[in-house]
Design a protein around this ligand. Sequence first.
Ligand code: NI
Ligand code: MN
Length: 233
Amino acid sequence: MPVTLTWTGHATWLIDTGAGTLLVDPFFDECPTSSMRAQDVDCDAILVTHAHFDHLADAVAIAKRTGASVLCNFEIAQWLGRHGVAKTLAMNIGGRADVPGGHAKMEIAHHSSSFADGTYGGNPAGWLLDVGGSRIYLAGDTSVFLDMERIGRPDQSGHGLDVAILPIGDLFTMGPADSLEALRMLKPKVALPSHYDTWPPIAQDATAWAGAVRAAGLADARVLRPGESVVVP
Ligand code: NI
Ligand code: MN
């Protein structure tokens, strides 16, 4: 069964691996562009890239209601525990864990990570997923960085990235131009934009971005509207 990726808006993704649904960076009810309400989300595991509110806001409510385990850095796991979330898996950069349908590896990201009250939220991260026979990289909030060359390398069986999900909003993360630089290193089959158009400061012309990615021969760039899905080829 092919893996299906659904963008609900901002940096929130639902990934149906065929063996379960992963929810990345739950931000629904306070997200101006979200296609879903937090109470309607069903998932088997929650993956969090960092502690900023636009990636963590609905994690507590969804984890409590669904019983899904939350994979995140050590500091976020402790914070979730203090907020009554029973099932967390504390990780750190370089660690790999089982998820329904495969594995998730926590990768580096160049960003910051604090909770809404300003306290320390551990290191920010990205996720490299091997699920349902597909290899999917979610960069999280980050600038472009040279290790993307390593992240894009094929695995031991020669399987490179099927999908790279990159922020293009600029200002808080890489922007469109640097995302092309990232794709030169990552070499995915499909590129999907994230973390843009939520608020005016990160408005971007994603159609123009996709045209530039395709014109440069870097990937099959697809632009989704919130609530739309793509099946991994
Ligand atoms: Ni952030
Ligand atoms: Mn963010």
